[in-house]
Design a protein around this ligand. Structure first.
Ligand SMILES: *[C@@H]1O[C@H](CO)[C@@H](O)[C@H](O)[C@H]1NC(C)=O
Ligand SMILES: *[C@@H]1O[C@H](CO)[C@@H](O)[C@H](O)[C@H]1NC(C)=O
Length: 480
């Protein structure tokens, strides 16, 4: 692999730098006088732009700091943590990154470092950014505008390794100019199968440190050849203040028509909720089969699905009724229990109300990096049924939920991880557990309460923020 020497690149672009400084200065004063939404458009257009113009923009923003007289005075300034992640797109990495920077930002003063963010690693969605809580948006503007000198930075590349320098697809690279310039480079990543590709192993070993979310990942990464001394567990926070059941009214589900079956008369149905992207990995096939086999209309149990597209169209209702026809399930005499697809846009800020409308959460996934909707549901004190494999093994127990046993490991047949293996959750056990949650509601409530307690104790932003800030302090001290 040939890495361009950053020194060379810098001197090559030197003649244009003064000009760029001026442009940036103008931009900055312009930004101050504009509304926040315009800034977002600027962020979007910058990160959507091609690699070269971005580098020209980044140079002044990252490397040039006003009022720095001597290079030696740099030692007195706090080191910077540059966190690069898909902040502007929906998905696991993004929400994880938001929770990290939110919890980390409250430790910058006590732990003596500054924090800057840059979007990287995925496409950007205006709708997603708009749906974020106001607090997050304000934090984004502040951290995006922070000054940060790359040569004094600990860079965190929080994304899939294919996005790391040199990226395998078009995105702002992380680190922006390769591995030599920053003080220290951390890769924060996770995987959902039983192994990682040799190319990703190589990319991990190029980093100074690799953070993964669970013990499952630590052993999997090391078993696959990532340098053991580099791999550390860093769990993921869940915003237990935001996902707090005492703060919300339930989302109104009544207007959502079933795509299969029907509601049970006037009685309020027991509501199972599932939240996932439409991909094989999420085990929606296992869920539908188990749900429709176990329950019928007179059970007064409904399944609500919040589904997002993953390389597919959004006609999930049609996909589900086709699936039901194809599987050859025999309709019960009293009719199917209701399966509903939540086909309205639910903004991030409305998510807690959706969990609040449910009696239980279920996700028979085949593999998770962490399982964000699972911990959100747990923070909302719901009884949770989720597969006892990969990420969830870090937090899901028989005291705080319903770990779903697996039948076997199965081969991934589609997508970028063909040939890897993941877990086949037991459809039989899923039926038993769903029935149990419906029948023994007191046990479900007890486990749900325990789930919220565990989330607050082990994964609150304060707790995880402190672990992360201490980790960063450790790196700063090690660097001397
Ligand atoms: C941060 O800096 C202040 C002032 O230099 C110092 O008193 C304090 O101990 C530092 N905190 C840590 C965690 O190093
Ligand atoms: C979940 O898996 C772990 C091993 O990863 C095992 O020790 C535990 O007994 C399992 N729990 C259940 C309920 O199957």
């Amino acid at each position: 692999m040939s890495l361009t020497n950053p020194q060379n690149r810098q001197s090559q672009s030197q003649p244009r730098n003064d000009q760029t400084h001026l442009i940036t200065l103008k931009c900055k004063s312009l930004i101050l006088s504009l509304w926040a939404p315009s800034l977002l458009i600027l962020i979007l257009s910058l990160s959507l732009a091609k690699f070269t113009p971005i580098l020209h923009y980044l140079k002044p923003n990252l490397l040039w700091s006003p009022g720095r007289a001597q290079p030696s005075s740099a030692h007195l300034r706090p080191p910077c943590v540059l966190w690069m992640a898909p902040f502007l797109s929906p998905g696991g990495y993004s929400s994880e990154a938001w929770s990290y920077i939110t919890s980390l930002s409250s430790f910058t003063k006590t732990h003596n470092f500054s924090l800057k963010i840059l979007p990287h690693g995925d496409s950007n969605s205006f709708e997603f950014f708009n749906g974020l809580p106001e607090k997050s948006k304000n934090l984004a503007y502040e951290l995006y505008n922070a000054d940060c000198e790359l040569s004094e930075s600990i860079v965190v590349c929080h994304s899939e390794p294919g996005a790391w320098f040199p990226p395998l697809f078009q995105t702002l690279p992380c680190p922006p100019t390769g591995y030599q310039e920053p003080l220290f480079v951390v890769g924060r990543t996770m995987f959902e199968t039983d192994r990682i590709n040799p190319n990703h192993v190589e990319r991990c070993n190029r980093m100074d440190k690799i953070w993964v979310p669970s013990e499952f990942h630590v052993s999997m990464f090391v078993d696959n050849g990532v340098d053991e001394s580099k791999v550390a567990k860093l769990v993921q926070p869940v915003d237990v203040e935001f996902f707090d059941p005492s703060k919300y009214q339930a989302f109104a589900l009544e207007s959502i028509k079933p795509v299969v079956g029907s509601r049970c008369g006037d009685n309020k149905d027991f509501v199972f909720l599932s939240v996932f992207k439409w991909e094989q990995r999420k085990g929606w096939d296992v869920l539908l089969k188990a749900f429709l086999s176990e329950f019928s209309r007179s059970d007064c149990v409904s399944l609500y699905l919040l589904v997002s597209a993953y390389h597919s169209d959004t006609k999930f209702g049609a996909k589900i009724s086709n699936f039901v026809k194809q599987t050859g399930l025999v309709p019960p005499a009293d009719g199917w229990a209701g399966v509903h697809v939540i086909n309205v846009h639910v903004a991030q800020s409305d998510l807690p109300r959706l969990y609040k409308a449910a009696d239980a959460f279920v996700l028979p996934t085949r593999g998770e990096g962490w399982g964000r909707p699972i911990v959100e549901a747990m923070a909302m004190a719901l009884p949770v049924i989720a597969t006892n494999w990969s990420g969830p093994t870090e937090y899901l127990t028989e005291e705080n939920g319903y770990p779903l046993p697996i039948d076997e490991m199965s081969e991934v047949s589609d997508g970028p991880f063909v040939g890897h293996k993941w877990a086949e959750p037991s459809s039989e056990r899923l039926r038993v557990l769903m029935r149990r949650v419906v029948s023994d509601r007191e046990e479900g409530r007890r486990r749900g309460r325990r789930a919220r307690e565990d989330m607050m104790k082990r994964f609150s932003p304060e707790v995880v923020g402190r672990i992360l800030a201490d980790e960063i302090l450790g790196i700063v001290r090690m660097l001397g």
